[in-house]
Write a protein that binds this ligand. Structure first.
Ligand code: ZN
Ligand code: ZN
Length: 94
């Protein structure tokens, strides 16, 4: 029995193995957590965390598909949209 270094769940593993995680999922999550950055999805303007070395421009598969669709249909329009820096919404304080 060994304890997963990410989710602290106990799991069975050969003594000789050097694995520290119960599953590939935990391994990936642990790796990703070490170098996450926050980006803003150009499709839905939502903030999302993503490993710095990932090239994803969107928050998820749905927006990724949407972006591909838009890129195909209106190539130039989406490019200019992505090029513009998205500013966070300002709250009105009166
Ligand atoms: Zn785990
Ligand atoms: Zn999105």
């Amino acid at each position: 029995m060994r304890v997963c270094a990410f989710c602290n769940k106990k799991f069975f593993i050969l003594e000789s193995s050097k694995r520290r995680f119960c599953s590939k999922k935990c391994m990936n999550k642990n790796f990703n957590l070490q170098n996450l950055e926050v980006r803003i999805c150009p499709i839905c303007n939502k903030e999302y965390a993503i490993p710095k070395n990932f090239r994803n421009m969107t928050c998820g598969k749905v927006c990724g598909a949407e972006k591909r669709k838009m890129t195909r249909n209106l190539g130039t329009e989406i490019k200019s949209k992505l090029g513009r820096k998205i500013m966070p919404k300002k709250e009105c304080k009166t």
